[in-house]
Design a protein around this ligand. Sequence first.
Ligand code: FAD
Ligand code: NAD
Length: 432
Amino acid sequence: MVLGGGTAGEQVATGLARAGRDVALVENRLVGGESAYFACVPSKSLLLSARRGETWEMAVARRDELARRRGDDSAVARMAEDGVTVLRGRGQILEPGRIEVDGAVHGFGDLVVCTGSEPVIPPVDGLADVPLWTSGEALSVPDLPRRLVILGGGPVGCELAQVYAAFGSQVALVEASGRLLTAEAPFAGEVLADALRRLGVDLRLGAGIGNVERKDVGLRLWLSDGGTLDADRILVAAGRRPRVDGLGLENLGIGIAPGQGIPVDETCRVTSSAGGVWAAGDVTGIARTSHAARYQARVVLSNLLGQRREADYRAIPRVVYTTPTVYSVGISPSRAGELGIDLLTAGYDLASTARAAVEADERGRVELYADRSSGLLVGAAAAGLYAEEWMSEIALAIRAETPLSLLADVVHAFPTYGESVEAPLRELAGRL
Ligand SMILES: Cc1cc2nc3c(=O)[nH]c(=O)nc-3n(C[C@H](O)[C@H](O)[C@H](O)COP(=O)(O)OP(=O)(O)OC[C@H]3O[C@@H](n4cnc5c(N)ncnc54)[C@H](O)[C@@H]3O)c2cc1C
Ligand SMILES: NC(=O)c1ccc[n+]([C@@H]2O[C@H](COP(=O)([O-])OP(=O)(O)OC[C@H]3O[C@@H](n4cnc5c(N)ncnc54)[C@H](O)[C@@H]3O)[C@@H](O)[C@H]2O)c1
């Protein structure tokens, strides 16, 4: 029994059915989940349309086409072809081996929980009384607000600020911490802040929203730093939490701390359950990207099919698909500080590559982080055009624990942005 038919659930169910197992998938919205209809695909489509200079109408038409007009007929048909039984409705676990789906009770042997995550709405005075968007609405409705305030400067807030500003909305972004993409290397947030400001985005960093009030026309927001903002629409992009409420997990003896994901071990088996219960994707709270959800799904699949497999999260990329792209992988400088790792850092400005001159785009930088004690690369960050493509070799280097002396000997084609990693790799190899 697979509970939740998004990125992770679809992959687990299909894989098990193809291996000849008897599988049911419970889904209460759309088979395919957030990514296909309300998150990754529509946001990347709008960002590309913005880069190409398309009109808003063309961009919305393209987005909706790619998001399959938010219909899952083809996804459900594919499931049926693979032999998966799709149970439409909300699933709630009653006891070990029994689940209720909209009034009907079904039995199961193994259970895989893949219920994803949901947006967090911060407790701001007046916020509950005004019409709000979360990313789901922002990526599925045809409206282009004249004045948009975005609450939160993480990946969602930054990507959507660029989209709406590029299509002509007057965008303000309010971020409580002092910078964008707080968890990543500081230079990445600075490069992105510069790009957003050039598009006309009003960045209010280091401020929260005190309260919100409805006006005759639109809304007024009072900020914690004493400032005000007027808007026609608020988009809340203040983080997401694992979707665990109301699933009946307590009936399997699974306890979860507030705001946390379902605790799993390295095989993605739920640690506090009696056995036969697994989890994959955002609901585990571990990596919260589609590629991580698919990876965990493959790990669950192997283990359920009798081949032990352990997940390794050391080199899962984190990408913000703005222009320029922000790519991070492995340990960030702040995480290294928390873990007490003695980090060696070497960086390079993309402006010094020949490719930057050819592209007439000199924005950005790359930084590589090595652990002085192990002598290995443990993290990297880049802000620059196409960084999501040319930084993949660094993910491989971290995952494969490739010696720095060998990495420093790798030759990159001329003229590419990829050449930018050569000097920092040589520097790190020389300092170790
Ligand atoms: C705006 C935005 C942009 C993003 N862009 C990217 C990107 O570019 N790249 C990237 O890698 N990641 C991106 N992400 C993250 C990515 O969308 C998620 O990591 C991914 O969708 C998680 O997949 P999942 O299978 O865990 O959950 P989901 O795909 O959300 O699937 C969970 C499913 O479970 C169902 N469900 C929940 N509870 C029940 C229940 N009780 N009964 C029945 N069904 C239930 C839900 O309806 C849903 O379909 C983005 C996220 C957002 C919000
Ligand atoms: N390209 C991608 O892979 C991609 C894109 C978008 C989202 N995602 C996933 O979606 C998840 C959610 O992204 P997100 O950007 O919503 O969350 P986030 O947690 O990364 O960022 C939320 C931001 O909102 C700020 N904030 C919270 N409350 C606030 C308040 N009251 N006032 C002002 N600021 C406030 C926080 O300081 C934080 O910087 C991420 O974990 C990410 O993995 C991935």
